[in-house]
Design a protein around this ligand. Structure first.
Ligand code: NAP
Length: 256
Protein backbone atom coordinates (compact mmCIF):
# COMPACT_ATOMS: atom_id res chain seq x y z
CA UNK A 1 0.00 0.00 0.00
CA UNK A 2 1.21 3.52 -0.86
CA UNK A 3 0.87 5.63 2.31
CA UNK A 4 1.23 8.89 0.36
CA UNK A 5 -1.77 8.09 -1.86
CA UNK A 6 -5.00 7.48 0.09
CA UNK A 7 -6.72 6.23 -3.08
CA UNK A 8 -4.15 3.53 -3.72
CA UNK A 9 -5.53 -0.04 -3.82
CA UNK A 10 -2.30 -1.94 -4.36
CA UNK A 11 -2.54 -5.37 -2.71
CA UNK A 12 -6.34 -5.20 -2.39
CA UNK A 13 -8.72 -7.65 -4.03
CA UNK A 14 -12.15 -6.54 -5.20
CA UNK A 15 -15.32 -8.18 -6.50
CA UNK A 16 -17.50 -5.86 -8.58
CA UNK A 17 -20.73 -7.59 -9.62
CA UNK A 18 -22.09 -6.70 -13.04
CA UNK A 19 -18.80 -5.23 -14.20
CA UNK A 20 -18.80 -6.32 -17.84
CA UNK A 21 -20.27 -2.94 -18.81
CA UNK A 22 -21.82 0.28 -17.56
CA UNK A 23 -21.26 1.61 -14.05
CA UNK A 24 -19.76 -1.66 -12.77
CA UNK A 25 -17.19 -1.70 -15.52
CA UNK A 26 -16.19 1.93 -14.80
CA UNK A 27 -15.79 1.07 -11.10
CA UNK A 28 -13.73 -2.04 -11.91
CA UNK A 29 -11.55 0.05 -14.21
CA UNK A 30 -10.97 2.71 -11.54
CA UNK A 31 -9.94 -0.03 -9.09
CA UNK A 32 -7.57 -1.72 -11.56
CA UNK A 33 -5.99 1.64 -12.38
CA UNK A 34 -5.33 2.08 -8.64
CA UNK A 35 -3.63 -1.31 -8.42
CA UNK A 36 -6.39 -3.63 -7.18
CA UNK A 37 -6.86 -7.20 -8.34
CA UNK A 38 -10.44 -7.26 -9.62
CA UNK A 39 -12.98 -10.04 -10.11
CA UNK A 40 -14.96 -8.93 -13.16
CA UNK A 41 -18.43 -10.43 -13.17
CA UNK A 42 -21.48 -10.88 -15.39
CA UNK A 43 -23.72 -13.80 -16.42
CA UNK A 44 -21.66 -15.40 -19.20
CA UNK A 45 -18.15 -16.70 -18.47
CA UNK A 46 -16.79 -15.80 -21.90
CA UNK A 47 -18.05 -12.22 -21.68
CA UNK A 48 -16.64 -11.85 -18.15
CA UNK A 49 -13.24 -13.08 -19.31
CA UNK A 50 -13.24 -10.72 -22.30
CA UNK A 51 -14.08 -7.75 -20.05
CA UNK A 52 -11.39 -8.82 -17.55
CA UNK A 53 -8.77 -9.07 -20.31
CA UNK A 54 -9.63 -5.57 -21.53
CA UNK A 55 -9.44 -4.16 -17.98
CA UNK A 56 -6.18 -5.91 -17.16
CA UNK A 57 -4.61 -3.96 -20.02
CA UNK A 58 -5.38 -0.55 -18.39
CA UNK A 59 -3.75 -1.17 -15.01
CA UNK A 60 -0.79 -2.75 -13.34
CA UNK A 61 -2.80 -5.42 -11.51
CA UNK A 62 -4.78 -8.54 -12.32
CA UNK A 63 -8.37 -8.94 -13.45
CA UNK A 64 -10.18 -12.28 -13.81
CA UNK A 65 -13.60 -13.01 -15.24
CA UNK A 66 -16.38 -14.81 -13.33
CA UNK A 67 -19.57 -15.76 -15.17
CA UNK A 68 -22.37 -16.43 -12.68
CA UNK A 69 -26.09 -15.72 -13.11
CA UNK A 70 -27.21 -14.14 -9.83
CA UNK A 71 -30.83 -15.03 -10.53
CA UNK A 72 -30.08 -18.58 -9.37
CA UNK A 73 -30.50 -19.40 -5.70
CA UNK A 74 -27.09 -19.79 -4.03
CA UNK A 75 -25.30 -18.05 -6.94
CA UNK A 76 -24.06 -15.12 -4.80
CA UNK A 77 -22.48 -17.52 -2.34
CA UNK A 78 -20.92 -19.61 -5.17
CA UNK A 79 -19.52 -16.49 -6.86
CA UNK A 80 -17.94 -15.15 -3.67
CA UNK A 81 -16.43 -18.52 -2.78
CA UNK A 82 -14.98 -18.82 -6.30
CA UNK A 83 -13.39 -15.36 -6.03
CA UNK A 84 -11.96 -16.25 -2.61
CA UNK A 85 -10.52 -19.52 -3.83
CA UNK A 86 -9.02 -17.85 -6.92
CA UNK A 87 -7.45 -14.86 -5.16
CA UNK A 88 -7.18 -16.08 -1.56
CA UNK A 89 -8.58 -12.80 -0.23
CA UNK A 90 -11.48 -10.39 -0.68
CA UNK A 91 -11.13 -6.84 0.62
CA UNK A 92 -13.71 -4.91 -1.39
CA UNK A 93 -17.18 -5.88 -2.58
CA UNK A 94 -19.31 -3.71 -4.82
CA UNK A 95 -22.89 -4.97 -5.23
CA UNK A 96 -23.66 -3.45 -8.60
CA UNK A 97 -25.50 -6.02 -10.77
CA UNK A 98 -29.23 -5.51 -10.74
CA UNK A 99 -32.46 -6.44 -12.49
CA UNK A 100 -35.02 -3.84 -13.46
CA UNK A 101 -38.49 -4.55 -14.85
CA UNK A 102 -40.03 -1.32 -16.09
CA UNK A 103 -43.82 -1.85 -15.99
CA UNK A 104 -46.81 -0.47 -14.10
CA UNK A 105 -47.02 -1.96 -10.58
CA UNK A 106 -50.35 -3.65 -11.26
CA UNK A 107 -48.89 -5.58 -14.24
CA UNK A 108 -45.80 -6.99 -12.49
CA UNK A 109 -46.26 -10.74 -12.11
CA UNK A 110 -44.92 -13.02 -9.37
CA UNK A 111 -41.95 -14.16 -11.48
CA UNK A 112 -40.91 -10.58 -12.26
CA UNK A 113 -41.24 -9.68 -8.60
CA UNK A 114 -39.08 -12.67 -7.54
CA UNK A 115 -36.53 -12.01 -10.31
CA UNK A 116 -35.86 -8.48 -9.03
CA UNK A 117 -35.75 -9.60 -5.38
CA UNK A 118 -33.38 -12.46 -6.24
CA UNK A 119 -30.76 -10.34 -8.02
CA UNK A 120 -31.10 -7.04 -6.19
CA UNK A 121 -31.47 -8.35 -2.63
CA UNK A 122 -30.96 -12.08 -2.17
CA UNK A 123 -27.65 -12.11 -4.06
CA UNK A 124 -26.43 -9.18 -1.94
CA UNK A 125 -27.35 -11.11 1.21
CA UNK A 126 -25.58 -14.26 -0.01
CA UNK A 127 -22.41 -12.44 -1.13
CA UNK A 128 -22.10 -10.51 2.13
CA UNK A 129 -22.68 -13.57 4.30
CA UNK A 130 -19.53 -15.04 2.77
CA UNK A 131 -17.46 -11.87 2.41
CA UNK A 132 -18.03 -10.06 5.72
CA UNK A 133 -16.56 -12.71 8.06
CA UNK A 134 -13.42 -12.80 5.88
CA UNK A 135 -13.10 -9.00 5.99
CA UNK A 136 -13.69 -9.02 9.75
CA UNK A 137 -10.91 -11.60 10.22
CA UNK A 138 -8.59 -9.43 8.11
CA UNK A 139 -9.57 -6.28 10.05
CA UNK A 140 -10.17 -4.30 6.84
CA UNK A 141 -12.98 -4.24 4.33
CA UNK A 142 -15.09 -2.08 2.06
CA UNK A 143 -18.65 -2.84 1.01
CA UNK A 144 -20.48 -0.63 -1.45
CA UNK A 145 -24.05 -1.32 -2.49
CA UNK A 146 -25.25 0.39 -5.64
CA UNK A 147 -28.72 1.76 -5.08
CA UNK A 148 -30.70 4.26 -7.08
CA UNK A 149 -32.28 7.67 -6.88
CA UNK A 150 -35.48 5.57 -7.00
CA UNK A 151 -34.96 5.02 -3.25
CA UNK A 152 -36.09 8.58 -2.65
CA UNK A 153 -37.85 9.46 -5.92
CA UNK A 154 -39.65 6.30 -7.03
CA UNK A 155 -41.02 6.06 -10.55
CA UNK A 156 -44.49 4.47 -10.95
CA UNK A 157 -43.15 1.96 -13.49
CA UNK A 158 -40.26 0.89 -11.27
CA UNK A 159 -42.07 0.32 -7.96
CA UNK A 160 -40.66 -3.13 -7.20
CA UNK A 161 -37.16 -2.26 -8.40
CA UNK A 162 -37.25 0.89 -6.23
CA UNK A 163 -38.40 -1.15 -3.23
CA UNK A 164 -35.49 -3.61 -3.65
CA UNK A 165 -33.03 -0.71 -3.73
CA UNK A 166 -34.50 0.78 -0.53
CA UNK A 167 -34.33 -2.61 1.17
CA UNK A 168 -30.71 -2.99 0.14
CA UNK A 169 -29.83 0.41 1.67
CA UNK A 170 -31.52 -0.59 4.90
CA UNK A 171 -29.38 -3.75 4.99
CA UNK A 172 -26.26 -1.68 4.25
CA UNK A 173 -26.99 0.73 7.13
CA UNK A 174 -27.59 -2.16 9.52
CA UNK A 175 -24.30 -3.84 8.54
CA UNK A 176 -22.41 -0.53 8.64
CA UNK A 177 -23.15 -0.24 12.34
CA UNK A 178 -22.44 -3.91 13.06
CA UNK A 179 -19.05 -3.95 11.34
CA UNK A 180 -17.68 -0.44 11.94
CA UNK A 181 -15.54 -1.67 14.82
CA UNK A 182 -13.94 -4.36 12.62
CA UNK A 183 -12.28 -2.00 10.13
CA UNK A 184 -15.09 -2.43 7.60
CA UNK A 185 -17.10 0.36 6.02
CA UNK A 186 -20.48 -0.25 4.37
CA UNK A 187 -21.95 2.47 2.18
CA UNK A 188 -24.51 2.94 -0.59
CA UNK A 189 -24.05 4.91 -3.80
CA UNK A 190 -27.32 5.90 -5.43
CA UNK A 191 -27.02 6.91 -9.09
CA UNK A 192 -29.54 9.05 -10.92
CA UNK A 193 -29.79 8.84 -14.71
CA UNK A 194 -26.48 7.46 -15.97
CA UNK A 195 -25.65 6.96 -19.64
CA UNK A 196 -25.42 3.14 -19.90
CA UNK A 197 -26.95 0.32 -22.01
CA UNK A 198 -29.73 0.06 -19.43
CA UNK A 199 -31.19 3.34 -20.68
CA UNK A 200 -30.85 2.61 -24.41
CA UNK A 201 -34.64 2.27 -24.81
CA UNK A 202 -35.30 5.52 -22.96
CA UNK A 203 -32.68 7.26 -25.10
CA UNK A 204 -34.15 5.96 -28.36
CA UNK A 205 -37.20 8.18 -27.82
CA UNK A 206 -35.41 11.48 -28.35
CA UNK A 207 -38.29 13.78 -27.36
CA UNK A 208 -39.09 11.93 -24.12
CA UNK A 209 -35.40 11.67 -23.28
CA UNK A 210 -34.90 15.43 -23.72
CA UNK A 211 -37.85 16.04 -21.38
CA UNK A 212 -36.33 13.67 -18.86
CA UNK A 213 -33.03 15.55 -18.94
CA UNK A 214 -34.89 18.78 -18.24
CA UNK A 215 -36.11 17.52 -14.86
CA UNK A 216 -32.53 16.85 -13.74
CA UNK A 217 -31.11 20.00 -12.11
CA UNK A 218 -27.74 19.32 -13.82
CA UNK A 219 -29.68 19.11 -17.15
CA UNK A 220 -27.77 16.05 -18.34
CA UNK A 221 -27.23 12.36 -17.70
CA UNK A 222 -24.20 11.31 -15.70
CA UNK A 223 -21.35 9.25 -17.13
CA UNK A 224 -20.35 5.90 -15.57
CA UNK A 225 -17.00 7.39 -14.51
CA UNK A 226 -18.88 9.95 -12.41
CA UNK A 227 -20.06 7.00 -10.28
CA UNK A 228 -16.66 5.30 -10.35
CA UNK A 229 -14.75 8.23 -8.79
CA UNK A 230 -16.99 8.47 -5.70
CA UNK A 231 -16.94 4.65 -5.52
CA UNK A 232 -13.15 4.82 -5.38
CA UNK A 233 -13.36 7.27 -2.47
CA UNK A 234 -15.73 4.97 -0.55
CA UNK A 235 -13.69 1.81 -1.27
CA UNK A 236 -10.14 3.09 -0.71
CA UNK A 237 -8.24 4.07 2.45
CA UNK A 238 -9.39 7.65 1.70
CA UNK A 239 -12.93 6.69 2.79
CA UNK A 240 -11.89 4.93 5.97
CA UNK A 241 -14.01 7.08 8.28
CA UNK A 242 -17.13 7.10 6.07
CA UNK A 243 -19.63 4.39 6.89
CA UNK A 244 -23.40 4.14 6.69
CA UNK A 245 -23.50 6.87 4.05
CA UNK A 246 -26.07 6.96 1.25
CA UNK A 247 -24.42 9.04 -1.45
CA UNK A 248 -26.68 10.30 -4.23
CA UNK A 249 -24.80 10.71 -7.50
CA UNK A 250 -27.60 12.12 -9.57
CA UNK A 251 -26.98 15.70 -10.68
CA UNK A 252 -29.51 16.84 -8.06
CA UNK A 253 -32.42 14.67 -9.29
CA UNK A 254 -33.38 13.74 -5.71
CA UNK A 255 -33.94 17.38 -4.76
CA UNK A 256 -37.59 18.36 -4.16
P1 NAP B 1 -26.19 -2.21 -17.07
O1 NAP B 1 -25.50 -1.36 -18.08
O2 NAP B 1 -27.53 -2.76 -17.40
O3 NAP B 1 -25.19 -3.41 -16.67
C1 NAP B 1 -25.63 -4.34 -15.75
C2 NAP B 1 -24.52 -5.28 -15.37
O4 NAP B 1 -25.06 -6.23 -14.44
C3 NAP B 1 -23.97 -6.06 -16.54
O5 NAP B 1 -22.61 -6.36 -16.33
C4 NAP B 1 -24.82 -7.33 -16.49
O6 NAP B 1 -24.18 -8.45 -17.07
C5 NAP B 1 -24.93 -7.54 -14.98
N1 NAP B 1 -26.08 -8.36 -14.64
C6 NAP B 1 -27.37 -8.09 -14.86
N2 NAP B 1 -28.14 -9.12 -14.46
C7 NAP B 1 -27.29 -10.06 -13.97
C8 NAP B 1 -27.47 -11.35 -13.42
N3 NAP B 1 -28.66 -11.92 -13.31
N4 NAP B 1 -26.37 -12.03 -13.02
C9 NAP B 1 -25.15 -11.50 -13.17
N5 NAP B 1 -24.91 -10.28 -13.68
C10 NAP B 1 -25.97 -9.58 -14.09
O7 NAP B 1 -26.38 -1.48 -15.68
P2 NAP B 1 -25.92 -0.01 -15.21
O8 NAP B 1 -26.80 0.99 -15.86
O9 NAP B 1 -24.45 0.12 -15.33
O10 NAP B 1 -26.36 -0.07 -13.68
C11 NAP B 1 -25.48 -0.52 -12.67
C12 NAP B 1 -26.13 -0.35 -11.32
O11 NAP B 1 -26.52 1.01 -11.15
C13 NAP B 1 -27.39 -1.18 -11.13
O12 NAP B 1 -27.46 -1.63 -9.80
C14 NAP B 1 -28.51 -0.20 -11.37
O13 NAP B 1 -29.69 -0.57 -10.69
C15 NAP B 1 -27.89 1.07 -10.81
N6 NAP B 1 -28.48 2.27 -11.39
C16 NAP B 1 -28.30 2.59 -12.69
C17 NAP B 1 -28.85 3.75 -13.19
C18 NAP B 1 -28.68 4.18 -14.62
O14 NAP B 1 -29.28 5.19 -15.02
N7 NAP B 1 -27.89 3.49 -15.43
C19 NAP B 1 -29.62 4.58 -12.34
C20 NAP B 1 -29.80 4.22 -11.02
C21 NAP B 1 -29.21 3.06 -10.55
P3 NAP B 1 -24.74 -9.22 -18.37
O15 NAP B 1 -23.84 -8.79 -19.47
O16 NAP B 1 -24.62 -10.66 -18.00
O17 NAP B 1 -26.15 -8.77 -18.59
Amino acid sequence: MNASDPFDLTGRTALVTGSSRGIGRAIAQAFVQRGATVAVHCRAQEEAEEAADELASVGPARARGFGVDLAEKGAGRRLTEAVLSTFGALDIVVLNASAQVRRPFIEIDADEFAFQIDINLRATFEILQVALPRMADAGWGRVLTIGSVQQVRPNAKLAVYAATKSAQVNLALNLAKQYAGRGITVNNLAPGLIDTDRNADLKSNEVAYRQLLQIIPAQRAGQPEECAWPALLLCSPAGGYITGADLLVDGGLHLP
